[in-house]
Write a protein that binds this ligand. Structure first.
Ligand code: TYM
Length: 338
């Protein structure tokens, strides 16, 4: 979280993929921090529709998915008068700078990215799209194009942020200072950095999952949300001391404590002190999640009827983003001798 005592407003950039249904992990690990930061920093947020091309998809669904995601971000509290919201593909400098990043990164560096390894584990590397491999270069371009000081993301993006920093430093050392070296702003442990799947708390809650019973979608019906929370896997032990925060030996209960703590603004071990039974904890988690999600769903419904408004927000956002990103691109082109 930024502080109003910061001397100069920090430049903030973050992005979210439009593919798949957004879930509670996205909200608690990222989107809510974007909303908090917007009044304190100079914030740019993008729906990374180009990144969505790394996996197959229907064009009409793709287009709709990007608009849905932008609408959701507005419904969650982004204010287009306060921050800049745009679609990545409407700002050509992202793709142009990505090429410069591809010519800065090494093959070995990209081959070490755990997300690439995870995402190709099933289908194999040979069949994977090259874009999935070079994805972190586009992500680095997204960030560096805005001279971002700070990038609010969940824990799963840490390695990509480290690579972005390495690329910025390498480029600056080779061609002279051109890019701001960004900092990852990851929620501190226990505050939403890595929300786990409720049905298998050893796995991250994810848009692409084969365990939907443990993923709380932000568009889920309230009754489904309640059911998913109440069926969350906990542990077999019960009785005094069984509700405690211990991610190693009690991953399910710890995930629920973290959910509730994040929503209440309390540390999870503190939250645990109020409970002796899993059932009571689950009931309170369900209530707190619904209290967070229902207003977003209501606002989403209203905004979905105002398609022109959302289109206008994105057009204005793209203009503002283009001004900033194209200037950085020119700086980088000049630095390398283009
Ligand atoms: P994406 O679309 O997978 O996720 C969007 C944001 O949600 C966070 N997140 C989570 N946080 C906590 N618990 C979880 N289970 C969870 N799942 C997802 C992610 O960390 C992310 O912050 N590569 C990025 C998109 C991107 C980007 C960027 C981000 C492209 N360019 C530039 C920042 C800056 C991604 O796939 O996020």
């Amino acid at each position: 979280m930024l502080s109003s005592a910061d001397p100069k407003p920090q430049r903030v950039l973050s992005g979210i993929q439009p593919t798949g249904e957004p879930h509670l992990g996205n909200l608690l690990g990222a989107i809510r921090y974007w909303v908090e930061d917007q009044t304190l920093g100079d914030c740019y947020y993008c729906v990374v529709d180009l990144h969505g091309l790394t996996v197959p998809g229907d064009p009409a669904e793709r287009r709709q998915g990007s608009l849905t995601m932008a609408t959701l971000l507005l419904a969650a509290g982004l204010d287009p008068d306060t921050c800049t919201l745009f679609l990545q593909s409407q700002v050509p400098a992202h793709s142009q700078l990505a090429w410069v990043m591809e010519c800065t990164a090494s093959f070995g560096e990209l081959a070490r990215m755990t997300q690439f390894k995870d995402k190709t584990a099933k289908g194999g590397e040979q069949a994977a799209r090259v874009g999935l491999f070079t994805y972190p270069c586009l992500m680095a371009a997204d960030i560096l194009a805005y001279d971002a000081d700070r990038v609010p993301v969940g824990e799963d993006q840490r390695q990509h942020l480290e690579l972005t920093r390495d690329l910025a430093q390498r480029f600056n050392a080779t061609y002279g200072t051109t890019f701001v070296v960004p900092q990852a702003a990851i929620p501190r442990p226990g505050r939403g950095a890595r929300i786990m799947n409720l049905a298998d708390p050893t796995r991250k809650m994810s848009k692409t999952t084969d365990l939907p019973a443990g993923v709380v979608g932000l568009f889920d019906e309230p009754a489904d949300i309640e059911r998913k929370v109440k069926r969350a896997v906990t542990d077999t032990d019960s009785g005094p001391g069984s509700v405690r925060y211990d991610r190693e030996s009690k991953p399910g209960v710890s995930n629920l404590l973290e959910l509730l703590g994040t929503l209440r603004g309390e540390d999870p071990d503190r939250v645990a002190e109020g409970y002796s039974r899993y059932g009571d904890l689950k009931a309170d988690v369900a209530r707190a999640v619904l209290d967070a999600v229902e207003p977003i769903q209501r606002r989403f419904k209203e905004l979905s009827a105002e398609r022109d408004y959302v289109a206008d927000v994105l057009a204005t956002g793209a203009r503002r983003a283009n001004d900033v990103a194209s200037a950085t691109l020119q700086r980088a082109y000049r630095a390398v001798g283009l």
